[in-house]
Design a protein around this ligand. Structure first.
Ligand SMILES: Cc1ncc(COP(=O)(O)O)c(C=O)c1O
Ligand SMILES: [Zn+2]
Length: 393
């Protein structure tokens, strides 16, 4: 069955225009900015209270009341979500913070948080009538789309940079996707898909080109609050590429307030966007006070998920950084790889290089006293290190 449970409309994140969620919605037809799903949150909060949610098994679709599909039995799922929030006491002591928690998104199907966005987006694309799916991907999103597309019984076409981590290419091929390896970055791959999508009737699931990947990613914010007993950390570090995770988590905080799950005006974390020094358009935009990000000349980093020179969510992200009194910070590859190993040695966790960047950013921000010794810092550990063996060999 297609049709919203509490979804009411889609709203443009720039011009605030209102649009129907039926069919296969994409970006704002008037100004091309991303669309955000809007719900009757009072009704959703009345239908599902937070203790009932907490008593459910602990998977993404437990949040069906704030997801866009009416009947969760039609969800395209591989058991995503419900990842543990681990305490990192040894690393907290080494880095000098009161509490350090780690949302281990590497435990998702296909080893990254991309599973969340693609479970919801593929579900909605299938429900809306898509017959083939396509995405440009720096790595993990392609692997996840291949898996969820296969699960949905829909063909998948991927465009990935030639130097994509081998695991991402192989997992996509094994799960039946048609993989095109192209010169350049995800931006070049995106152009390649856009030029061919109409002719081949591919539905393009690029980051923020449609409204539902962010809906999947927001579930990280709901889970985090639930796992912390309906409180939030003081600081949240997020490895930022296209930006859907960062804005999705902030959207979750807004929605939980509107549902009565968090008190109105409850303290929110300072949101910190962490990028790689070789590709840091958000850090540049933040530092210069620009409204939009500008693509760096020669984007490079071994943290493949951070090699996103033209993030579509730039304005939305800058809004979140400002509203949360957060900031953006860039980390050199050498430093983020060393920090991935430090995390592994201290806590037994093999994170993706993107996750190592968070540890490095925490060390830097703590040393500069932007993060205080008495604060609780949460790391959104977006992916597993096993998918990047070439970085550690
Ligand atoms: C492991 C990992 N972390 C972070 C990111 C960036 O995520 P977002 O696009 O939500 O900013 C990616 C994207 O590919 C990724 O694979
Ligand atoms: Zn608009």
């Amino acid at each position: 069955m297609l049709g919203p449970m509490f979804l009411t409309h889609l709203e443009c994140t720039a011009c605030e225009g209102s649009f129907s969620p039926l069919g296969l919605p994409r970006a704002c037809p008037d100004c091309q900015a991303p669309l955000a799903a809007r719900y009757d949150l009072e009704a959703a909060g009345a239908a599902l209270d937070r203790s009932t949610y907490a008593s459910r098994p602990g998977r993404l679709w437990d949040l069906a009341e704030v997801l866009p599909l009416a009947d969760p039995s039609h969800a395209v799922t591989l058991g995503e979500g419900g990842t543990p929030l681990l305490e990192l006491p040894r690393l907290a002591a080494e880095l000098g913070v009161a509490r350090l928690t780690y949302k281990d998104e590497g435990q998702n199907p296909t080893g990254s948080f991309k599973a969340r966005g693609l479970s919801v987006a593929v579900t909605m694309a299938k429900a809306g009538g898509a017959t083939a799916l396509a995405v440009p991907s720096a790595g993990n999103a392609g692997g996840a789309l291949a898996a969820y597309g296969a699960r949905a019984g829909l063909p998948v076409v991927l465009a990935m940079p030639q130097d994509v981590p081998a695991a991402n290419r192989i997992e996509a091929e094994v799960t039946g996707a048609e993989v095109h390896l192209l010169p350049g970055t995800i931006a070049d791959c995106g152009r390649w898909i856009r030029e061919r999508a109409a002719e081949h009737s591919w539905f393009d699931l690029s980051t923020l080109a449609e409204p539902y990947r962010v809906e999947g990613k927001k579930t990280m914010g709901f889970e985090l609050a639930c796992q912390l007993g309906w409180t939030l950390p003081d600081v949240l570090l997020y490895p930022t590429g296209g930006g859907t995770g960062l804005v999705g988590i902030w959207k979750a905080f807004d929605e939980m307030e509107a549902m009565g799950w968090l008190p109105k005006g409850a303290p929110r974390p300072r949101m910190i966007a962490v990028q790689a020094a070789g590709c840091a358009p958000m850090v540049e935009a933040w530092a210069s006070g620009a409204e939009r990000a500008t693509a760096p000349a020669n984007p490079h980093t071994c943290a493949a998920g951070l090699r996103v020179p033209t993030p579509k969510g730039d304005r939305w992200m800058l809004d979140v950084l400002r509203s949360s009194h957060g900031r953006a910070i860039a980390i050199e590859d050498e430093h983020l790889l060393a920090s991935t190993r430090r995390l592994g040695r201290s806590e037994g966790l093999f994170g993706a290089p993107e996750v190592g960047a968070l540890v490095a950013a925490l060390a830097t921000l703590r040393a500069e006293d932007h993060i205080g010794h008495n604060e609780h810092v949460a790391l959104i550990a977006t992916g597993a290190g096993h998918k990047y063996l070439e970085c550690f060999g």
